[in-house]
Ligand binder design. Structure first.
Ligand code: FES
Length: 105
């Protein structure tokens, strides 16, 4: 695993979901409550882009069938509302240095 620049801190809006690409990999950055988390971009249910979802009470909510994830652990907090199943999101280490958001990939 190696640290790579994902974005400038000013490019990552607070209380929002930000899509980035790092080393050819799609990543979701989640800035919430003074923390930044990084997960895989795609919902584990039907592969929807989670950056088009919402951040509610610090949780990622998929915009398609509303599966809900904890951005720190990647755990599924609520399953999709169509009766389907979702599994844990892959997560990545994050640190901020000199105004840059670095992700461990
Ligand atoms: S694609 Fe995300 S909940 Fe269905």
């Amino acid at each position: 695993m190696t640290w790579h620049k994902a974005a400038l801190i000013d490019e990552v809006a607070d209380n929002a979901l930000t899509r980035v690409e790092v080393q050819g990999r799609e990543i979701l950055l989640v800035r919430s409550g003074g923390n930044i988390f990084a997960t895989q971009l795609r919902c584990t249910h039907e592969d929807d882009d989670l950056s088009s979802g919402t951040l509610e009470d610090g949780r990622i909510v998929c915009g398609f069938h509303y599966a809900t994830y904890d951005p720190q652990s990647g755990d599924v907090v609520a399953p999709p509302q169509d009766g389907g199943e979702a599994s844990r999101l892959m997560t990545y280490g994050v640190r901020v240095e000199q105004g840059e958001v670095l992700v461990d990939i």
